[in-house]
Ligand binder design. Structure first.
Ligand SMILES: [Zn+2]
Length: 173
């Protein structure tokens, strides 16, 4: 795990090419920063440790890429109606840093590794990205819409981390 500084307000956890990064805000002495966020860093380390342990027990789903695409397109159709949004373009790529993304023009990109996930997590990812067409940021409004369908989103986000570790550690072997 690496520490990095960036022009952000709050610390966050990110993946870059399968490596875990702790991103901390700029502008303070490193020692001061590490101290300020030591509790947060410890929390994240514990979280990663338990997620890594759990990941070893996860079974990966054996889906063809075409099956994933069909499932995602079906979900997009359902959620477009539910949320009253529409997507211009949908792409599937081997992304190294996240499960999916939504551009400000509503272009959706999905990680091809999603084919290893249980369908309920695939549904959550698709719904999550489409809610970004209503609210770009992870703000109160965003989570309000997410909560209408996924009150358990924290648990799902955690599970996605666990699967991420499972899939990424598989690659290295
Ligand atoms: Zn998001």
């Amino acid at each position: 795990m690496k520490l990095k500084n960036r022009n952000i307000k709050y610390p966050r956890l990110e993946f870059k090419t399968g490596e875990l990064l702790l991103i901390l805000p700029h502008g303070k002495e490193p020692a001061e920063l590490t101290e300020k966020y030591s509790g947060w860093i410890k929390d994240k380390e514990l979280f990663i440790k338990s997620a890594l342990l759990e990941s070893k027990k996860k079974k990966l789903h054996n889906r063809e890429l075409n099956e994933l695409k069909k499932l995602v397109f079906d979900l997009i159709e359902i959620y477009s109606d539910e949320l009253g949004v529409s997507s211009e373009r949908v792409a599937f790529r081997n992304i190294t840093s996240k499960w999916a993304s939504c551009s400000k023009y509503g272009n959706l990109v999905f990680n091809t590794d999603m084919k290893y996930l249980p369908s309920r997590l695939i549904s959550y990812i698709v719904f999550h990205e489409m809610v970004h067409m209503i609210s770009r940021k992870h703000n109160a409004k965003f989570w309000e819409v997410i909560n209408t369908k996924y009150e358990n989103h924290k648990e799902l986000e955690r599970e996605l981390f666990v699967y991420w570790f499972r899939i990424k550690s598989d690659y290295k072997k």
